[in-house]
Design a protein around this ligand. Sequence first.
Ligand SMILES: Nc1nc2c(c(=O)[nH]1)N[C@H]1C(S)=C(S)[C@@H](COP(=O)(O)O)O[C@H]1N2
Ligand SMILES: [Mo]
Length: 440
Amino acid sequence: MSNETKHIGIHEAYDKDPQRADLELFGREVDPTTRRGFLKKSSLMAMAAVLGSNIPFASNMPGGLIPAALANSDKPFAIPGKEGLIYLNDRPVNAETPPHLLNDEFTPDKHFFIRNNGVPPKLEEIDLKTWTLEIAGESCEKPMTFTLDELKSKFKHHTYALTLECGGNGRAEFNPPAKGNQWGVGAIGCGRWTGVRLKDVLEYCGIKKDAVYIGYYGADVHLSGDPTKVVISRGVPMRKALEKESLIAWAYEGQDIPYYNGYPLRLVLGGWPASVSGKWLKKIVIRNKEHDGEKMTGQSYRVPCEPVAPGTKVANEDMCIIESMPVKSIVTFPKSGITHPLDKKLKLNGKAWAGDLEVVDMDVSIDFGSTWHKAKINKPLNRLAWQTWEASVKFPQKGYYEVWARAKDSAGKKQPVILPGWNPRGYLNNACHRIAVQVV
Ligand SMILES: Nc1nc2c(c(=O)[nH]1)N[C@H]1C(S)=C(S)[C@@H](COP(=O)(O)O)O[C@H]1N2
Ligand SMILES: [Mo]
């Protein structure tokens, strides 16, 4: 990669793609992603565009009002620029990608899922000239602060395709249910991130011998509005932080990182729960102990160290931090629920990934797992990138079928056909994905 990686700035991108312009207007203070949301007056212009006409008495509209035309509409509400996502929440914004929109080799920015724990910094307050990243912590020899320009000019640029999956992806299926966002299978995405190596920056600032962990801090604000409360501050052991694919990134798929995905700067640590990839990145600390920031301790992003029966209460000291994510796959083509003619083979496409490992085998079944057929699994672009797979199946007679997909990782582990070990917070569901096919 050259040191002068070309990418499009967010404002330039808005000129090219008005949907991103809408994203800018919508991305303020409050998110009108559901009918319950509140609207700021400054968002009214954008709202008028959605309504298809001007609002003559806009200045009289109370600040928190959603126009009735939208409030009473059956049409699902969405953030323009993030088409097709399924919204679970508007405060904080949480939206997942339906599997058929993950069919591209790399996830387009508009289809990249959103998992916010707080309120993102206001876009109009993000100034690329004054944005800084601070490196500090008790195990940092020379604490330093970098502007974006300094980061970009001092260190070599690298681009890697990196998979980000929320630790709670698949939570909706657990029983007894786990509290939290009821993710289906779509809290996952993979694309080419560009930035500098976290390792290069940390080493430049000096890593003391006693360093064991890093932690991040972002510019988002706690839902309560209390500026002293930290939204989320997670981290990884030094061995993960120092991997060559661990990036401090400013670009995604050749453009500025989308606003909701951490613009202008984020950590990208592929293969681990995406919660370690801090968005709107302001500060990284090098720690002489396991980082103890918000959502690092207690039951957050932890699973029982030993398997437990469903519904078991587990003491904090018996919970272990999630590191590499388990092997998993999805069918991205066709969309579940299609009708298919008996005389034709059905072509299947999907993705598979395995945390820090690689996927080495991929199988599909059309008879509820009684027999399996080999699919073709393709090599990843680089370590920690997801892998595409393809197969084609022929059905023996008319009727209802399910196509199941199952990946195996380089350590020999396969996805479970049904739910894996229940855990109190509903993490790490890597059960086989299945789609419905009606053969006629
Ligand atoms: N600053 C900050 N970073 C964050 C979060 C957040 O709420 N604030 N959410 C984390 C979680 S839980 C996930 S799954 C990923 C989601 O990344 P995405 O929204 O770009 O998909 O960001 C992580 N980084
Ligand atoms: Mo997450």
